[in-house]
Design a protein around this ligand. Structure first.
Ligand SMILES: Cc1ncc(COP(=O)(O)O)c(C=O)c1O
Length: 383
C-alpha cells in the first residue's frame, strides 16, 4: 500500500545532508580570521580560489564576486551591452538569468527550451534574434551543458556574445570540455571568467560596481573546491543510474542527455511526467513520493515571462524608454515547452540526494516504481 494511504514508506533513513564540510573549511576560515586580512586586497584565499577555479576550466581569468546574479550583470557590462540592447535568455531558469539583464539596463527576450533537455532550444534562439540582439545567456540547466556548439555557431554568424550561466554546472563537461569554458564568458554562483581592465591606482574610466568576495567565503570555497571532483563523479554516476531505472517507467522521462555530455553535475535531477501515460497527475505523484520518504518538488510554478515582474514590467529605474514596446505575455505564450514543464510535467530532486550510496538511489527508483504500481488507487482518490 502507498505510504500516502497508510502503507510503510520505501525510505525511512535520511539522505545525505548538505553542506558537507569539515576540518579543511575550519582550518582555512580560522587562518583567514586570525591573519586579519579579511578583504580581497591583502588576503590570499580569494586570489587562490580565482586562480584555481579558472585553471580548472582551462581559462586564463577568473574573478570572484559576491554571487552569480552580479557576475551575470558584470559579464554583460564587460561585453559592452548598451541601454536597451536585447539579450536572449531561457524562460525556464532562476530569475537572475533575466533580472541581471534588466539590471544592465538591457532587454531580456525569452526563447523557449527543449522539452526533453530543459535547455535553450537553438531554433527558438534563432527565431528570437532581431537587429537589437547583442547576446545570448544559455543556462546549463540542472548541470547538463546546453547545446553550446549550435549556439556558438549561431553567435558567430550573427556576431553575438555568449555568456554561459553555469550556476548549476560546477564540474560538468561537454565533449570533455568544462562547462564555463564553452562560451565567450561564464558566470558561476561565485565566479566570472572575465578579467576587468587594469588601470592606474584610483583612476576610473567607466562606471563599475564593487562586488568583491570576502576572504571568509574564499576560504570555504577553496576547501569545497578540493571536494568538488569526487562529489561530481558520485552525482554523475548516481544520476545516470537513476535515469536508467526511471526511464523504464511509462510516462516518466528523465532529462534527455546528449551523447556529448561527458559529465552532468546534477545540481538537480530532472524528470518529466506525462500524466496521461503514467496514470496519475504530478501533484498526486509528488505527494505519494514524499510520503514514501523521497524529498521532491515540482520546481518553478511559472515560467519567467509569466512572473508578475515581467507581466507588469515592474523594472524599477531600468528600461524606462523601452517598457511601452515590451510584451512579455506574448513572449510567454510562445514558450510552450517551458509552460508545460511548469504547469504539469517537471519533477525535481535536489543534488544532495545524488551524493548517497547506490542503495539510496535504488530506494528513490523503488519509490517511483511503487507509486506507478499503485497509480490507479492514487488517481481514484482524485475523482
Ligand atoms: C540558473 C541560475 N542562474 C543564476 C543564479 C544566481 O546565483 P546567485 O544566487 O549566486 O546570485 C542562480 C541561483 O540559484 C541560478 O539557479
Amino acid at each position: 500500500m502507498l505510504a500516502l494511504f497508510g502503507g510503510s514508506p520505501v525510505r525511512t533513513q535520511p539522505f545525505p545532508r548538505w553542506p558537507i564540510f569539515g576540518d579543511a573549511e575550519e582550518a582555512r576560515l580560522l587562518r583567514s580570521l586570525r591573519g586579519g586580512n579579511w578583504g580581497r586586497l591583502h588576503g590570499e584565499e580569494v586570489a587562490e580560489f580565482e586562480q584555481r577555479f579558472a585553471a580548472m576550466h582551462g581559462c586564463r581569468h577568473g574573478i570572484a564576486v559576491v554571487n552569480g546574479t552580479v557576475s551575470l550583470r558584470i559579464a554583460l557590462l564587460a561585453a559592452g551591452i548598451q541601454a536597451e540592447d536585447e539579450v536572449i535568455v531561457p524562460p525556464y531558469t532562476f530569475i537572475s538569468t533575466a533580472s541581471a539583464v534588466i539590471e544592465a539596463n538591457a532587454v531580456p527576450v525569452f526563447a523557449d527550451v527543449e522539452l526533453e533537455t530543459f535547455n535553450l532550444d537553438p531554433r527558438a534562439v534563432e527565431a528570437a534574434i532581431t537587429p537589437r540582439t547583442k547576446a545570448i545567456i544559455p543556462v546549463h540547466f540542472a548541470g547538463q551543458p546546453a547545446a553550446m556548439d549550435r549556439l556558438m555557431a549561431i553567435a558567430r554568424e550573427r556576431r553575438l556574445v555568449v555568456i554561459e550561466d553555469a550556476a548549476h554546472a560546477h564540474g560538468a563537461s561537454d565533449s570533455g570540455r568544462p562547462a564555463g569554458s564553452l562560451g565567450h564568458m561564464a558566470s558561476f554562483s561565485f565566479q566570472s571568467s572575465k578579467n576587468l581592465p587594469d588601470g592606474i591606482w584610483y583612476e576610473h574610466h567607466v562606471l563599475a560596481g564593487n562586488y568583491r568576495l570576502g576572504e571568509f567565503q574564499g576560504a570555504v570555497l577553496n576547501a569545497q573546491l578540493d571536494r568538488l571532483d569526487d562529489q561530481t563523479a558520485t552525482r554523475d554516476a548516481n544520476g545516470r543510474h537513476l535515469a536508467s531505472r526511471l526511464a523504464a517507467l511509462p510516462g516518466l522521462h528523465p532529462q534527455a542527455r546528449p551523447a556529448s555530455c561527458t559529465r552532468h553535475s546534477y545540481h538537480l535531477f530532472m524528470a518529466r511526467l506525462d500524466a496521461a501515460v503514467f496514470g496519475a497527475p504530478r501533484a498526486a505523484v509528488l505527494d505519494a513520493l514524499r510520503a514514501e520518504g523521497i524529498p521532491c518538488s515540482a520546481g518553478y510554478g511559472w515560467t519567467l515571462p509569466r512572473q508578475p515582474v515581467f507581466r507588469d514590467k515592474a523594472f524599477g529605474p531600468y528600461l524606462a524608454g523601452a517598457v511601452s514596446r515590451l510584451d512579455y505575455t506574448a513572449q510567454a505564450d510562445r514558450c510552450v515547452n517551458a509552460d508545460l514543464l511548469c504547469r504539469e510535467q517537471a519533477i525535481w530532486l535536489e543534488q544532495s540526494l545524488m551524493l548517497g550510496a547506490r542503495n539510496d538511489i535504488d530506494d528513490i527508483a523503488r519509490a517511483f516504481e511503487k507509486v506507478h504500481e499503485h497509480r490507479n488507487e492514487l488517481a481514484a482518490t482524485l475523482r
